[in-house]
Design a protein around this ligand. Structure first.
Ligand SMILES: Cc1cc2nc3c(=O)[nH]c(=O)nc-3n(C[C@H](O)[C@H](O)[C@H](O)COP(=O)(O)O)c2cc1C
Length: 482
């Protein structure tokens, strides 16, 4: 009880002290006319592209009318600029003025200095443990906000049926593009009984004719990798070989058909809502799994497929905002999505309850067995690891890519935004600061990284990348989880 009281006092005290220090810092700063709430509003508007009022209101979890009142004042004080976009005069956007951006920078610098000062009190060799402990408390409180519906009982990894496809171990390897999850990694995972997934995105990047005829180059490489993976995986008791296809990709229907023809046993489809996926794969022996980020998306797919194709997905993959690769939630909604991660697992599971057999696979920030156990407690039937598989011997990434993971620290991770407005998590390097928002640079950066040119490359990663500290075998990961 003593410890409970002590920790409670510390947390309450910390909260109050930080608030007072913030107030004092603002009074002493160049922006004395701002309140803490106003500064937090400026931080939510952020220094990137202009935002709509509803984007900012969502990230602050306030109504648009409350935000409008706050923005009116900030415009008057010269911190925010409000304008209509020329393409559609009905849309109002807001952005920081130079003074607003400077105020946010000054406030961020204050936060960084305060925390650096405070943690200088923690001995260097205990920092890692300290971060882990407060992170655990944070996650636990998040879980308490939405407790699991029922006690899941002891953690057990039961085999799954994805339609007609048997999966001995419900551990999925997430697609890793470009060129990082090819036949070698996928086969190694399938041999352990999990689902090995080849990433189809720009898979032909090493083909001689890739620039002139990307469609043919991609199809050729995809066919070859699937056949190789099936051969390497062997005929024994194994998990299936899957292919991940981005629904937003040009010619995605042709990639689905090519994958099925070459023998893919599972098709995973992300990057949009694949309302027509069954049209391109009539063979019910192939399992179809959409990736979703919300219950709403799952519901749209179920209703669409039932009406148009008289079938439902053979499983869903729910990707949370801590995942690697592109995320399905806008940057302004990432914080809320992280807070609601466990609630969303339970909600999506509820949505699938009435279907005959539709397992839910969860991913995003799952790195250890403990992480997987939490997802299972909320209703997951299986889980997917992306980041963890990059630092395996069998991963098809080059050594420089794997080393970037091994050397990464939490502060090295940043978010870039695709031209469609979707965030992607990457390891900071000079290329990230050079590319701006040019989509060609993003694709080229991913290809350069796959080829080992990390100075001109983009290194996608999940939020737990800093946990990677050794190269391991795929079999070691399965041993830890099963
Ligand atoms: C380097 C990298 C590339 C990825 N490429 C893709 C992709 O092409 N398609 C996709 O659906 N997901 C992609 N992802 C997401 C993963 O498949 C997986 O869902 C995600 O990494 C899980 O989160 P975790 O990294 O925290 O384990 C990628 C992730 C990483 C780290």
């Amino acid at each position: 009880m003593d410890n409970v009281r002590k920790i409670n006092d510390i947390l309450v005290n910390l909260f109050n002290v930080v608030l007072k220090l913030e107030e004092k810092a603002i009074k002493e700063s160049t922006n004395r006319d701002l309140s803490i709430t106003e500064l937090h509003t400026l931080a939510a508007i952020g220094q990137g592209r202009p935002k709509t009022m509803s984007q900012v209101a969502a990230s602050l979890k306030i109504s648009v009318s409350t935000l409008t009142a706050a923005v009116n004042k900030l415009v008057k004080k010269g911190y925010v600029d409000r304008f209509r976009i020329p393409e559609d005069r009905r849309i109002v956007k807001i952005r920081l003025t130079d003074t607003g951006a400077a105020a946010v920078r000054e406030h961020e610098a204050f936060h960084m200095a305060m925390i650096s000062d405070a943690i200088s009190q923690v001995p260097e060799d205990q920092i890692g443990k300290f971060i882990e402990s407060i992170d655990n408390i944070n996650e636990y409180l998040l879980m308490r906000k939405h407790p699991p519906a029922k006690d899941p009982g002891p953690f057990s990894m039961k085999p799954l049926e994805l339609g007609k496809v048997h999966v001995p171990v419900p551990l999925f390897q997430g697609a890793l593009s470009i060129g990082l999850s090819m036949s070698r990694l996928a086969a190694a995972v399938a041999r352990e009984g999990g689902v090995g997934v080849i990433a189809a995105s720009k898979i032909g990047f090493r083909e001689a004719d890739f620039s002139e005829n990307p469609l043919e180059a991609n199809k050729r490489a995809l066919r070859r990798e699937i056949r190789k993976a099936l051969e390497l995986a062997g005929d024994g008791k194994r998990g299936p070989i899957g292919v991940n296809i981005m629904w937003s990709a040009k010619h995605c229907s042709q990639y689905v058909e090519t994958a099925v023809e070459a023998g893919a046993e599972v098709i995973v489809c992300g990057g949009g809502i694949p309302t027509n996926l069954p049209k391109y794969c009539r063979d019910k022996k192939v399992a179809l799994l959409p990736i979703v980020s919300s219950k709403r998306a799952a519901n749209i797919i179920i209703r669409n497929w039932t009406k148009k194709f008289n079938r439902t997905p053979d499983g869903f993959i729910f990707q949370g905002p801590l995942a690697g690769g592109y995320l399905g939630v806008k940057e302004s909604k990432m914080e809320t999505a992280a807070e609601e991660f466990y609630k969303n697992i339970a909600d999506i599971k509820g949505e699938l309850e009435d279907l005959e057999n539709c397992p839910l696979i969860v991913c995003g920030g799952i790195y250890t067995r403990e992480d997987a156990e939490k997802a299972f407690a909320y209703g997951a039937d299986g889980f997917q690891l992306g980041t963890r598989f990059v630092t395996t011997e069998e991963c098809d990434a080059c050594d420089a890519y794997k080393n970037a993971y091994l050397n990464s620290k939490e502060k090295d991770v940043t978010i870039i935004t695709s031209p469609e407005g979707f965030p992607g998590r990457v390891i900071k390097n000079s290329y990230v600061s050079r590319i701006g928002e040019d989509p060609r640079c993003i694709t080229q950066g991913l290809i350069n990284a796959a080829l080992g040119d990390l100075d001109n490359g983009l290194i996608f990663c999940g939020s737990k990348v800093q946990k990677a500290n050794k190269i391991e075998k795929v079999a070691d990961i399965f041993r830890e989880f099963t």
